[in-house]
Design a protein around this ligand. Structure first.
Ligand SMILES: Nc1ncnc2c1ncn2[C@@H]1O[C@H](COS(=O)(=O)NC(=O)[C@@H](N)CS)[C@@H](O)[C@H]1O
Length: 437
């Protein structure tokens, strides 16, 4: 992509309303624009990151055997009356009326709707286990949306829902998602720690939040340092095998959010094993049995010929929150430092002298060859000052900067900079291509 033809509205000034670094940097880097409280447009650079985060979430859901569908954002109030949550949900629910004065709502989550879909088609235990998920916008009328997209009102969530014949089978579904989450956040370059949690309005009695440690996290969390060094289940994980050992290895160390914190148990840990920090909740998984299937009549014929309500769980990932969470976990004074896996472009190609025939030719050649090798390149072909170009590339946080100038070219050399370490290397264009492809 040529920067001269892109839409990257970089802000020079730090917006005063932004209180945390990710909010400041997402505005300055031209990733998002607030349209109203807690509601944002995702501008081209931000949209690329959001899409790449969603793709990694999707791949790991699919690997765990979940099936993707897409449910609407607008739901009927009648559905929520069946589960009894229509009134319980309170002011966070955006209630709307259509032209026929039918009561509708903008979905904050989809347990009722997915249960309605399930009960309409599935009648036998033979059709189980089943896990259905989507990546869809949600609306929660937060009383105080803040920190940019970290706590928005309209936000993107992956929400999966599992259906099983009994609690034991549902535990396996829960374990599959637990492992899928460990893999997902690791691929995003994050250390997300599963912590026992409250299940809140979703309900149920087994729940874990996945928390990344960050100074601006909204919650106070406590955990055993060992959890920061645990091995992540590999991509060859057999999701049909018993995953209890893996889950047990992660849940046998102390880890709790403030609500569940046991000071005595924590104090019993060796001093150097205790981690107390602020945390950002990037995922939350729940087992809630028949909480929805019972009142909504989602039942199956069981092997003994009876008819029983299915056991369910739901599993959420904050896809849009992750864009902010990643920045909180990976930035420096100059700006964002994207992990390679979600960077909006792989390489920032910087021309130091637009209009210089040799520089233009070298950039065009590198741009073409990187593109052919499948690398996403943002080519700064604008005629700004070098200093401003470097500052922009540092701000938007692309993993590599490939710098082409007339002096270097006279010696047949270009410069390659690794954003994360600041490491610079002067090398031939061919050597640079070899490093980047
Ligand atoms: N206001 C919000 N803004 C941005 N992300 C949010 C917001 N509220 C929740 N999230 C993200 O969405 C994830 C799942 O939300 S949740 O309420 O915990 N769980 C559910 O809604 C369940 N239905 C899971 S399918 C959270 O872990 C968090 O990362």
């Amino acid at each position: 992509m040529r920067l001269s033809r892109y839409f990257l509205p970089i802000l020079k000034e730090t917006p005063k309303e932004a209180e945390i670094v990710s909010h400041r940097l997402m505005l300055r880097a031209g990733m998002i624009r607030q349209q109203s409280a807690g509601i944002y447009s995702w501008l081209p650079l931000g949209h690329r990151v959001l899409t790449r985060i969603g793709q990694i979430v999707r791949e790991e859901q699919n690997r765990a055997g979940a099936l993707e569908l897409l449910m609407p954002t607008i739901q009927s109030a009648d559905l929520w009356r069946e589960s009894g949550r229509y009134d319980d949900y309170g002011k966070e629910m955006l209630r709307i009326e259509d032209r026929h004065e039918r009561e509708m709502l903008y979905g904050p989550t989809n347990e009722e709707m997915i249960t309605e879909i399930f009960r309409s088609y599935v009648r036998s235990y033979r059709d189980l286990p089943l896990n259905l998920y989507h990546i869809q916008w949600k609306f929660r009328d937060e009383v105080r949306p803040r920190f940019g997209v970290m706590r928005g009102r309209e936000f993107l969530m992956k929400d999966a829902y599992s259906f099983d014949v009994d609690q034991e089978a549902a535990r396996h579904a829960y374990n599959k998602m637990f492992v899928a989450y460990l893999r997902t956040f690791a691929r995003l370059g994050l250390k997300a720690i599963p912590m026992r949690a409250d299940s809140g309005p979703i309900g149920g009695d087994m729940s874990h939040e996945f928390i990344i440690l960050a100074a601006t996290g909204e919650s106070q969390v406590f955990c055993d340092k060992a959890l920061l060094e645990m091995p992540i289940p590999g991509e060859d994980t057999d999701f049909d095998a018993d995953l209890t050992p893996v889950v047990k290895s992660w849940t046998s160390h102390y880890a709790a959010t403030e609500e569940k914190h046991d000071e005595a148990a924590f104090a019993a840990l060796p001093e150097d094993a205790r981690v107390a920090a602020r945390g950002i909740e990037v995922g939350h998984i729940f087992y809630f049995g028949t909480k929805y299937s019972e009142p909504m009549g989602a039942k199956v014929a069981t092997p003994d010929g009876a008819e029983r309500p299915v056991h369910m769980g739901s599993y959420g990932v904050g896809v849009s929150r992750l864009a902010a969470g990643l920045i909180e976990a990976s930035h420096d004074e100059q700006g964002i430092i994207w992990p390679d896996s979600v960077a909006p472009f792989d390489v920032g190609l910087i021309s130091l002298k637009v209009g210089d025939a040799k520089v233009d030719a070298a950039c065009a050649d590198l741009y073409e060859k990187l593109g052919k090798a499948g690398r996403d390149v943002l080519y700064d072909d604008t005629d700004g000052r070098p200093g401003a170009k470097f500052a922009t590339m540092d701000l938007i946080g692309l993993p590599w900067q490939l710098i082409v100038g007339p002096k270097g070219l006279n010696d047949g050399l270009v410069e390659l900079k690794r954003r994360a370490t600041g490491e610079r290397e002067t090398l031939t264009p061919e050597a640079a291509l070899n490093k980047l492809t």
